[in-house]
Design a protein around this ligand. Sequence first.
Ligand SMILES: Nc1ncnc2c1ncn2[C@@H]1O[C@H](COP(=O)(O)OP(=O)(O)O)[C@@H](O)[C@H]1O
Ligand SMILES: [Mg+2]
Length: 304
Amino acid sequence: MRIIYCDSVFDNKVVEPDYEEERNSAKKNGFNISIISFEELNENNISKALRFVTESNEIEIGIYRGWMLNTEVYENLYNALLKKNIRLINSPTEYKHCHFLPESYEKIKTYTPKSNWTVKTDKINSELINSLTNDFGQTSIIVKDYVKSEKHNWKDACFIPNAADKKNVNKIVGKFLELRGESLNIGLVFRQFEELEFLTEHSKSSMPLTKEFRIFFSDKKIVSVFDYWDEGEYGDSKPELNKFIEVAQNIESNFFTMDVAKKKDGDWIIMELGDGQVAGLPDNANKDEYYTQLKKTLHNNTYK
Ligand SMILES: Nc1ncnc2c1ncn2[C@@H]1O[C@H](COP(=O)(O)OP(=O)(O)O)[C@@H](O)[C@H]1O
Ligand SMILES: [Mg+2]
């Protein structure tokens, strides 16, 4: 089993400093390690990106742990690694399933805020924005793309207090599009805003932080549950896992995260899914424990 990290931009023989602790924990837990160049990968220089990846003699399962990749780049990485006998834990289709909210929405619909979105071929204009936001009446909503929000620009480019106030809707969506710029992933997503249990205000962006958790699943089993935020006092609150484990059985991915949050009325909801390979571990995470658990989960299933 191979874990693949990105290199440091200053020295492409060593791991990117943000992942160094993870790499050490993976090594301690007996995983093989490889390093690739994120920059070269995104420049489409695949063989250069993978020049330090040694070929495996027989098919070896791989897990990429690094920055988010767009779906085309992931597919390139998947295919290039396969040529070296390394098969990433998720196929490109499985990667997309959790990376793009619209892909898995049907599977999580019962437990996630009502959402709608533009499709790839849509031309984004006020008419379209108005018609999609009409579905939410006068309630509050949030805007994001298929993958990410501008949550740290909460008031200007994420939270929309009243979906019926079209002037403000267009202003916030405009700001969101401006900030995302070239990195906009496919299209816009509008989501019903849910009142969540308050935790604290983010120390840098003053975004309201709420009681959210990140659950890692491998082969549909829980690997770890983390407090999502590194700030604030979570107290005793822990998510009710049973219904989420049930939902996880239908998710078409071998390694993914499910971010869950507690509503003010006490109900738990799914905030979003993510591919497990590109989902960050919170700073508070015990990396050794995480890799030990990952190893155990992987050992008990087909990914030996
Ligand atoms: N529908 C919603 N209701 C309430 N809070 C939300 C909603 N959507 C997002 N948020 C808040 O904004 C944060 C960022 O949203 P998220 O969908 O996770 O985007 P990102 O992919 O950028 O992390 C969430 O962690 C949550 O605190
Ligand atoms: Mg999130």
